[in-house]
Design a binder for this molecule. Structure first.
Ligand code: SF4
Ligand code: SF4
Length: 79
C-alpha cells in the first residue's frame, strides 16, 4: 500500500483533517490528551476508535502541532 492517504477515509473539518482509517487501529488515543484546547474526542475506544474534532471548539486551535506530533499513526493534518 502506498503512503498516500486514501481521501475517502479523511474526515474534513474547517481546517483539521483526520484519517479515520488510521484511528481504527489506534490504541494510544494520544490526540485527546495532547490537545490542551480539548479539540479532540475519541469515540468507540473499545470497538472501532475514531477521532472527532469537537466542532464548536475547532476555532480554539492555536496550530501548535502538538497533536500531529503526538499521533504516531499520523492521522491528523492541519491546514
Ligand atoms: S487521531 Fe491519532 S491518536 Fe487520535 S485516535 Fe486517531 S490515530 Fe489515535
Ligand atoms: S494544533 Fe495544538 S491547539 Fe490545535 S488541535 Fe493540535 S494540539 Fe490542539
Amino acid at each position: 500500500m502506498s503512503d498516500k492517504a486514501d481521501k475517502s477515509n479523511i474526515v474534513n473539518y474547517k481546517f483539521h483533517h483526520v484519517d479515520i482509517s488510521k484511528c481504527k487501529r489506534c490504541k494510544a488515543f494520544s490526540c485527546e490528551d495532547a490537545c490542551f484546547r480539548g479539540i479532540y474526542e475519541v469515540l468507540n475506544k473499545d470497538t472501532e476508535p475514531m477521532c472527532v474534532v469537537v466542532e464548536d471548539r475547532e476555532d480554539n486551535c492555536v496550530k501548535c502541532h502538538i497533536c500531529t506530533t503526538a499521533c504516531k499513526l499520523k492521522a491528523i493534518t492541519i491546514d
